[in-house]
Design a protein around this ligand. Structure first.
Ligand code: ADP
Ligand code: ZN
Ligand code: ZN
Length: 655
């Protein structure tokens, strides 16, 4: 029998493929079962190779009737592995549905490309002239042609997406609508289903592995032609993919922070390029990076400057709030206004970017503060579950009755989180319905949908939430918005913290006041940026021009590129030694600036110390070349590394 040889990528953290043989002809992109270090694993054939000069083992089983990834998907996936300097096998595995990571034979479903019918009984508005203009412009995009689609909140962007999807379906294509977070799917899914019927698919990590596999199969057969999904849905095999829309393009959740640290936005753009299809990057608050690309003439731009109902989003005003005036975080001067809004049967939205009851739990006698056993991180008091919880590693502890240091019983909690605001308002306004949206209240499957429908079923109510509440939702009757501790954003360790905060404030104005009478109040002591007046009037684009100038002067991204080399181990010295050597190696390169090594802000997580080296270069290609050089020329040459390491390109935060 003739033998064929194949490079097989295996989900282990080494950047190399392994050679196996088979007597069968196997197509690239197919899953196979192979023996690896005495284990049976699922690998992916990435190409046929010539006979090697070492002994190889036989592929045990071909697991796909048709390749799991077609050649275009493989092309993009290979780029992902190369760009993020990450094991190809792990990249493949990251984008397979959980079921296909296991070894079972998958017989491809029969092709049944659906003729898409649009539901004509779905009430359609005539597009506003601005929508019409945007629709015309966007439907003319052809081939790879990235376009930033700006539209103030409630300007009718979603309606434009639906028309574009309809066009694409008519022409026989399929569409991927990427959204940052699961919390946005229920409302969007409903709107799309109403228009396009049941053949809309959704794909995200809260779906069971069975549901995800079903969606995968239906996409592969062509039955499903519109997919709404989060970053894990990027490689769901839609047939004849002809349009990608990224909703809320500015959102940080497109970045995966653990394992393969990829940006779904960057991968989607590459995917559109490989497939020669248009990609639309939509947002009410486009990221500076995208606006910069528009300025340079690389991306197109279209904008809807007005809301559908012609009313502008509410302005916001800054309330210089002193600690003493605050009752459980809310400035007492605001209580009459809250009362007035509620008595008009309207809703009040309260945004605070911190979950739990309070972020500090301490002893008033000796100042002992509750810390996590295995992280250098304060424990957050959760009154609801009566636990102290570490938000880094998610371990929870019982609440002590006396101080572990001095045995005093004078223990207290300090600072404000969503639960504290909830219980304060409950006491002040006992009869008013209250909905809290944060990670804790939406953990259970279906709870988010339940909470969202509770919101739409009530008139007067308090909506309290973390950033989950600021994102894209369409709430009715919200007439007052309060942002608590806006300063948290400014003192955070995010890259481009001011950009992030300005986007957040504008997004909050988008949740409030479709009626035109509403108010937003931002409690803050630090906000005194001279351009804030421009922002508070709602003109994000004008504000962003000023911010871009500042970032240019300071040589910050997008005017430079940064990456972080992280080291983690139980031993501080190992981290520092590793990073120092890396720095020395890099300094032989002329065009890469290094800062560090420095301990991370949370310097210990799950028992491991964490240190970083910041790499900075004028352009991304230069930075990438240097980082790759470092990995290949130094790190991967080390015999026994004492640390775990990772490179994070365009990191979200510096910690
Ligand atoms: P965005 O996505 O920009 O926030 P949406 O598409 O959600 O805006 O539109 C906001 C609201 O306006 C929705 O309730 C939508 O049904 C409604 N809407 C959209 N387009 C029109 C239109 N042309 N005429 C009337 N109402 C519209
Ligand atoms: Zn004490
Ligand atoms: Zn912890």
């Amino acid at each position: 029998m003739e033998k064929f040889y194949y490079s097989v990528s295996i989900p282990v953290p080494v950047r190399k493929d392994f050679t196996y043989f088979s007597e069968e002809k196997i197509q690239a992109g197919s899953r196979v079962k192979v023996s690896f270090n005495k284990r049976k694993v699922v690998g992916l054939v990435c190409k046929q190779t010539s006979k090697p000069d070492f002994k190889t083992t036989e592929i045990e089983e071909l697991l796909d009737e048709k390749p799991a990834f077609d050649s275009l998907a493989l092309k993009t996936l290979n780029w992902v592995s190369d760009f993020y300097i990450h094991s190809r096998g792990e990249v493949f595995s990251n984008f397979l549905p959980p079921k296909l990571r296991k070894d079972f034979y998958y017989e491809s479903p029969e092709t049944k490309f659906n003729e898409y019918k649009v539901n004509d009984d779905d009430k359609r508005f005539p597009l506003t002239s601005h929508q019409q203009r945007a629709f015309k412009f966007l439907s003319k995009l052809d081939s790879f042609d990235p376009c930033v689609f700006h539209g103030v909140t409630s300007s009718g962007k979603t309606e434009v997406y639906m028309r574009l999807v309809e066009e694409a379906l008519k022409k026989g294509g399929s569409c991927l609508l990427l959204i940052p977070e699961i919390s946005l799917t229920p409302q969007l899914e409903q709107r799309f289903k109403k228009r396009f019927g049941e053949n809309i698919g959704t794909y995200h990590s809260k779906k069971t592995s069975k549901e995800r596999f079903e969606t995968w199969k239906k996409s592969k057969s062509g039955e499903l032609r519109v997919l709404i999904g989060t970053r894990s849905s990027l490689f769901v095999p839609l047939q004849k993919l002809s349009l990608i829309i990224i909703d809320e393009e500015h959102d940080a959740s497109f970045k995966q922070r653990e394992g393969l640290k990829f940006s779904a936005k960057d991968v989607a753009i590459k995917m559109a390029q490989d497939r020669k299809i248009p990609i639309i990057l939509a947002s009410a608050t486009p990221s500076l990076k995208m606006l910069h690309l528009v300025d340079k003439g690389k991306y197109k731009f279209i904008s809807i400057p007005k809301r559908v109902n012609d009313k502008n989003p509410p302005k916001f005003s800054i309330l210089n709030s002193h600690f003493l005036d605050r009752k459980s975080g809310i400035d007492t001067n605001l209580l009459p206004l809250i009362d007035k809004t509620i008595s008009k049967d309207k809703k009040v939205l309260i945004f605070i970017n911190r979950r739990g009851y309070s972020p500090v739990f301490k002893c008033t006698d000796c100042n002992w503060t509750a810390m996590c056993n295995s992280c250098n991180s304060r424990l957050v008091y959760h009154k609801e579950s009566a636990r102290l919880r570490c938000h880094r590693c998610d371990t929870s502890f019982g609440v002590p009755h006396s101080c572990p240091e001095c045995e005093s019983t004078k223990l207290t909690s300090e600072g404000v989180g969503t639960q504290k605001i909830e219980s304060f308002l409950n006491e002040e306004f006992p009869s008013v319905p209250m909905v809290r949206l944060d990670l804790d209240s939406t953990r259970k499957k279906g709870s988010l949908e339940r909470l969202l429908s509770e919101i739409s079923d009530t008139k007067k109510a308090f909506l309290i939430g973390t950033q989950m509440i600021a994102k894209g939702h369409d709430f009715s009757d919200v007439e007052l918005g309060i942002v608590i501790d806006a300063d948290l954003g400014l003192v955070s360790h995010e890259v481009n913290a001011v950009e992030k905060l300005s986007q957040l404030l504008i997004q909050v104005t988008g949740r409030v006041g479709r009626s035109g009478k509403s108010k937003i109040i931002v409690q803050s002591n630090l906000l005194d940026n001279e351009y804030l007046n421009i922002l508070s009037s709602g003109d994000y684009l004008e504000f962003s021009k000023h911010l871009l100038k500042e970032y240019e002067a300071a040589n910050l991204p997008p005017f430079s590129s940064v990456a972080i080399l992280r080291a983690s181990s139980p031993n501080k010295t190992s981290n520092v030694n590793f990073l120092n050597k890396a720095r020395k190696y890099l300094e032989k390169e002329t065009n890469c600036e290094c800062i560090g090594p420095l301990p991370d802000i949370i310097s210990k997580v799950r028992g491991n110390f964490r240190h970083s080296l910041l790499l900075k270069a004028k352009t991304l290609p230069t930075l990438h070349k240097n980082a790759k050089n470092l990995v290949e020329g130094y790190i991967e040459k080390q015999k026994r590394l004492k640390v775990r390491w990772s490179v994070d390109f365009n990191p979200i935060d510096y910690q």
